[in-house]
Write a protein that binds this ligand. Sequence first.
Ligand code: ATP
Ligand code: MG
Length: 584
Amino acid sequence: MCPGSLPPNAAGRRRSDSPVPRTPVDKLGNMAPPRSVTPAPSDSARDDDRTGSGGRTRSVWLLQLILGASVMITVLLVQVIEPILFTSWSFSSGIGIVIALTAVAIVVPWHKLPRAAVSAIPFGDIIAIGLMSVGTDLRFGFFWVFPIMWIATHFALASLISALVAVGAIILLDATLNATGPSSALRFLVVLLSLTFIAINTYLFTRQTRAFKQLLRRQARRLQGTLQRVSGQERRVSQMLNGLDTGIARLSAEGEVLALNDTYVALYGIERDEPQRPGGTVEYATLRGAPLSDNERPFVRAARGEQFDDERVWLFDARGEWRALSASTRRLVSADEPESTLLIVHDVTALIESERARERLAATVSHELRNPLTAIIGHADLALDAPDLTPKVREQLEVIAAAGERMQKLISEILATSRGVFREPATPAVADAGRIIASALESFRPTATARRVSLIEELPEATRVAGDGFRLRQAFDNILSNAIKYTRSGGTIRISGEVSPEDVILHFADTGIGIHAEDLERVFDPYFRARTARESETPGTGLGMGIIRSIVEEQGGSLFLESEPGVGTTVTVVLPAVTDDTPV
Ligand code: ATP
Ligand code: MG
């Protein structure tokens, strides 16, 4: 099939709509780069309304214009009600100064001048209002409220006190020039106290507001910092998840896609906006088998809330390649977020390929071993037919022939397994463990003799067990081979047994190099070799013990291992004894 083409049924599947609710996925999700965080405004920007160029000019205009407008209205009223007042030089000059100050306030570019320069305006106003009030029973003294509040809001306490002192001095001067007795003293007090009260209140309120603003600003800064930290963490997690070679999709309890990592998107060739669509890929139950229906797809099943583990799916991807996927789901439960589901998809194609390659190799090797084996068995049989054989030679030839046949059977098994045919479960049968061990001992005797290791067999009479004799011989061969291999010259291997109505217990005890306690459990692991074996430089692959245990357990038995370095090792095999119910 050429790259990019689809296998049969693929086109139909591509067009089909998914039953899952179609919600466009948030492209960012939890696995994409996080939103950028707007930086907090700088201190200078924040203070703009107080000290900044435009802000300051605007507030000078506003404050002075209010006073100017109030004075202008007063002028109009005075013209109507009491025009005589214009004859007073102080009144007229006071009005003139206020108007002039208003003009100055509008014209001067305050943002170019130091902040203290602004205070000239309210102080000028105090004097102007003072001039308007002199000789008029302080009738216009209420206008002092304007500059006093201005100073209380925008300037330091010293300026405020100076302003109040200036007002007091003007009233005092007025009282002295136009002495009107105790009533003027009372007026002096009332006006000054009222102004002081307003000034203190404004001053305190302004400070409080400022402190509150600062507090808010500090909290906003802290919040900003936390937000930046959290988004940094989010970014790191996203990068990590996108860097994995495992496809991950996060789904809400309602089946909506909350996030997808890059690997998932690339694997399925999907659009992030339409993650429910299969994209340019089709999923199959088996390699080149039937395509999965929408309802059977792992994504749809996970969206429905189904939980599954290591489900194998074959994906025919957009490039026209087959991929084996292992799909699993995991529930994500957290106290501060609604429950969601993770769909995790591993590409296991390489693993399956290597399994296949291993099986192919095993099959080839086994197959090639068959021919020399057939020759060995055939020639042993031929030799056995010779009439003039001594009993010793005959016995040895029989051992060779029997070993060859066992090997042939083993090879057939390997071939069967590597063809993907599962071995039939062990058929219950009866075997005489004692006879099998005796025959195995015969095979090993020459090796043991060569290594000067004594073999002692002390088995009880009745050792019939429920099990496959062929498999048991394989296990006993491995136990005896180890015992001989790991026992030094002059050592002993003793095989003893006990029989109970339920079990036949067989002990294979040697006086060999032993195994350290910490290695005991691990000797069953494939390719593991104990420290004692490595140190004594005895050759081996580390596979035998695992095979022994699986055979014994296959027969319904169990295996125990005891050992002490330098003293010896005892392998105990417990097999089910033959009962009346055991089929023969
Ligand atoms: P092979 O797979 O070729 O048999 P092996 O003998 O090293 O290699 P196993 O039979 O699986 O592997 O044994 C695993 C390890 O257990 C050995 O390497 C050895 O360290 C230890 N062992 C097994 N039997 C004995 C024994 N009777 N005495 C001392 N050590 C033993
Ligand atoms: Mg071994």
